[in-house]
Design a protein around this ligand. Structure first.
Ligand SMILES: Nc1ncnc2c1ncn2[C@@H]1O[C@H](COP(=O)(O)OP(=O)(O)OP(=O)(O)O)[C@@H](O)[C@H]1O
Ligand SMILES: [Mg+2]
Length: 244
């Protein structure tokens, strides 16, 4: 469904993403993990049309989407959420979600219906009339998810939708994400919360310093010495093996 081939992004002298190849198959939940600054958000931005790769290609359902704008990619069925949530502060939660629905309908009634439906999916029906600026962190994360879902995606890119949530809220959103997958939406997510990564992912990719260093089942990736080194520093894998 999604194929990323040799994608590179440079910011001045910094190679934020370096020749990355990866793919996401229809129906999967695939995760992308890696230390802070690894290039995860930059990769998502290129996939969703917010940044132009310096090199490489991105294919969605076998069509090259290189050079397309985010709204064009969105109408093909791929949408991303933002790591830093930015709700429209003057609008209610309902109106914020409707913004997503307006990507495929001009009809206010239909947009409202869609917004109410996805609010139910993400568990924020009771908050619809509240001003979006008054939402808690967990509420803002759900809103970000709802607004993306309202665009009717086939592939949903989630950038750290669990950051700042407590363990109960994380369990809830894991449940919500599984529910979304069960409705036929493919999911590609960036996540630091390892428990959720292990629990949700069919497959995991690991990015470090712009390069993919591992991929496979979340269990195999978590046991990979290269991955342990990337997270914990040089020598950590050997130290841990010694302690085991
Ligand atoms: N617009 C930009 N201009 C210059 N440098 C940037 C820009 N965006 C990102 N970077 C740099 O590129 C690198 C990758 O950043 P990115 O945000 O993609 O990392 P990340 O893996 O999403 O990290 P985090 O887990 O902290 O969100 C970092 O060194 C970052 O400072
Ligand atoms: Mg990021």
């Amino acid at each position: 469904m999604l194929e990323v081939e040799g994608v590179t992004k440079r910011f001045g002298g910094l190679v934020a993403v370096s020749s990355v190849n990866l793919e996401v198959e229809r129906g999967e939940i695939v995760s992308l993990i890696g230390p802070n600054g690894a290039g995860k958000t930059t990769l998502f931005a290129m996939v969703a049309g917010f940044l132009k790769p310096d090199e490489g290609s991105v294919f969605f359902n076998n069509d090259s989407i290189g050079g397309m704008k985010p709204h064009q990619i969105c109408s093909l069925g791929m949408v991303r959420t933002f790591q830093i949530t930015q709700p429209f502060a003057g609008l209610t939660t309902l109106q914020n979600i409707m913004v997503g629905a307006y990507s495929h309908t001009k009809d206010t009634h239909l947009a409202r219906q869609k917004a109410e439906e996805v609010a139910e999916t993400v568990g924020m029906s009771a908050l619809l009339d509240q001003g979006a600026d008054g939402l808690t962190v967990a509420g803002r994360k759900r809103l970000e998810l709802a607004r993306a879902l309202a665009t009717n995606p086939k592939l949903l890119l989630l950038d750290e939708v669990m950051a700042g949530l407590n363990p109960t809220e994380i369990d809830e959103i894991v449940h919500v994400i599984k529910g979304i997958r069960d409705t036929g939406v493919t999911i590609f997510l960036i996540e630091h919360v390892m428990k959720a990564v292990m629990n949700l992912s069919d497959r995991t990719y690991v990015l470090n310093d712009g390069q993919l260093i591992a991929s496979g089942t979340p269990k195999s990736v978590a046991a990979d010495p290269m991955v342990i080194e990337a997270y914990l520093g040089h020598g950590a894998a050997t130290t841990m093996a010694g302690q085991a």
